[in-house]
Design a protein around this ligand. Structure first.
Ligand SMILES: [Zn+2]
Ligand SMILES: [Zn+2]
Length: 239
């Protein structure tokens, strides 16, 4: 029930059109559905961030935010190149809830390129495998695809990492996190994931957007119980 359609869309049938400003046609050599101007104008995160949860810090000497110092999450660090600001929100929503394939392709490319650049700069420790945040099977059936898995595919191809999906599942079809506050989000996802397979010592969870981090925290806990010792989170955007 999982389709690998993102890599199968031929450019010749769907010429590049910018998903942000609609400009078309783009130069034949620019094989991406996002023009150069809109790419440069994306909400890239450049300021200091918490070394663990990746939330923006005001600056100064601190490496960790107050919340990670008080109650460290189960994951070790978050890599997220973009903020959750325009047009990222619209692209993620269009991909997840309206099945806009071109949006998903652009988002997968942005995450892949950011990770490959970080690796080239020596700023990224590669895990042994990727773990896309699973969807509950009822939600997967409704949507037809798992956006986290579709983002993980190009990353795995580019960095040569296997994707662990089988045996890692979401037990409950939890209410959408976006309707809840931070405390309710943590309660909402506690125990939501089951990892029914051994996992390597070093893994990276892949998700589209990290908001409070409650979901990836719950999955990281389950992965640690299954043998993971270092859990990174690789996401497109961090709110
Ligand atoms: Zn554009
Ligand atoms: Zn933090």
């Amino acid at each position: 029930m999982v389709y690998n359609w993102l890599k199968n869309i031929p450019w010749v049938l769907y010429p590049a059109t910018c998903v942000a400003c609609g400009q078309a046609p783009l130069a034949r050599t620019w094989q991406r559905d996002l023009c150069e101007a809109c790419h440069a104008a994306l909400p890239w995160r450049r300021g200091p961030v918490c070394a663990q949860c990746g939330t923006a810090l005001a600056g100064g000497e601190a490496l960790h935010c107050g919340s990670c110092l008080a109650a460290p999450p189960a994951y070790d660090r978050v890599f997220a190149p973009l903020g959750y600001a325009s047009p990222v929100g619209a692209l993620v929503t269009g991909f997840k809830f309206h099945g806009r394939l071109a949006y998903g392709r652009v988002l997968g490319e942005l995450l892949t390129e950011a990770l490959a650049s970080a690796q080239a700069a020596g700023a990224l420790v590669l895990p042994a495998a990727l773990v896309p945040v699973p969807l509950h099977r009822a939600r997967l059936a409704g949507r037809g695809f798992n956006q986290a898995l579709e983002l993980a595919r190009p990353v795995g191809r580019r960095l040569g990492l296997p994707i662990l999906a089988r045996g890692i599942r979401r037990r409950q079809d939890t209410p959408a996190q976006s309707t809840l506050d931070a405390r309710a989000r943590r309660a909402n996802v506690r125990g939501a994931f089951a990892v029914e397979r051994p996992v390597p010592a070093r893994v990276a969870i892949v998700d589209d957007v990290v908001t409070t981090g409650a979901t990836v925290d719950a999955l990281a806990r389950a992965l640690r119980q299954a043998g993971a010792r270092e859990v990174q989170v690789w996401a497109l955007a961090r709110a």
